[in-house]
Design a protein around this ligand. Structure first.
Ligand code: AMP
Length: 190
C-alpha cells in the first residue's frame, strides 16, 4: 500500500511540525518544493539564481519548472512507496500536472490543516520575525486564500480532501491526521 499525501495549510498552521511527524510515522520522503528551490539557491547554480529572484519578489516559480522538478523527484526510488508533498501543487496547472504525473494512480489524501486567521495571526506576531508584521501576514493570508482555495475545491471534487482541525497540541493534531489517513486506507480496502 502507498501513502501518497499532499499537505495544505496557511503559514502558521503548524504544517512544518506536522510534516516532520508524518515523515517519521509513515517513513515517506518529505517533498517540499520550497526546500528544493532553497537548496538550488544555496548551491548557487544559474537556475538557483533565477529562482531566488522570483522568490525574493514574492512571486511563484513557473509551473513548467516546478513540474519538472517534482517529476524528477517523484521518479527517485524512495518515492515509490509514497511521499508527502508540501508547497505543491500551488496552482490549478500544477494540480493538473500532478494528476498526469501520477496517472493511472493518484494521491491518497490531501490534508488541509485548518486554523482560523486570527489564531495564525497571533502565532506569527508572537514569533516576531522581521517579515511578520501584521500587514505582511494579512497579505500572505490573502494570497493563500486566492491561491489555495481553488486547490481545496480541486481535491474535494476528486474525493481526496480531508480537513483536520489544527488547534490544540502538536501530538493531538498529528493523531487527527493519522486517524484521517487510516479511515481513507480502510475505505480503499473495502
Ligand atoms: P514555501 O517554502 O513553500 O513557502 O516556498 C517559498 C517560495 O518558493 C514561494 O514563495 C515561491 O516563490 C517558491 N515556490 C515554492 N513552491 C512553489 C510552487 N509549487 N510553485 C511555484 N513557486 C513555488
Amino acid at each position: 500500500m502507498t501513502t501518497r499525501l499532499v499537505i495544505l495549510g496557511k503559514q502558521g498552521a503548524g504544517k512544518g511540525t506536522q510534516c516532520g511527524l508524518l515523515v517519521e510515522n509513515y517513513g515517506i520522503p518529505h517533498i517540499s518544493t520550497g526546500d528544493m528551490l532553497r537548496a538550488a539557491v544555496a548551491e548557487g547554480t544559474e537556475f538557483g539564481m533565477q529562482a531566488k529572484a522570483v522568490m525574493d519578489a514574492g512571486d511563484l516559480v513557473s509551473d513548467k519548472i516546478i513540474l519538472g522538478i517534482v517529476e524528477d523527484r517523484l521518479a527517485e526510488p524512495d518515492a515509490a512507496a509514497g511521499f508527502l508533498l508540501d508547497g505543491f501543487p500551488r496552482t490549478a496547472a500544477q494540480a493538473d500536472g500532478l494528476v498526469e504525473l501520477l496517472a493511472p494512480g493518484s494521491v491518497d489524501l490531501a490534508i488541509n490543516i485548518d486554523v482560523p486567521d486570527d489564531v495564525v495571526l497571533g502565532r506569527m506576531l508572537e514569533r516576531g520575525r522581521d517579515d511578520d508584521t501584521e500587514e505582511a501576514i494579512s497579505r500572505r493570508l490573502a494570497l493563500y486564500r486566492s491561491e489555495t482555495a481553488p486547490l481545496l475545491d480541486f481535491f474535494n471534487a476528486g474525493g481526496y480532501l480531508v480537513t483536520v482541525d489544527g488547534l490544540g497540541a502538536e501530538e493531538e493534531v498529528q493523531e487527527r491526521i493519522v486517524a484521517a489517513i487510516a479511515i481513507e486506507a480502510h475505505k480503499r480496502d473495502d
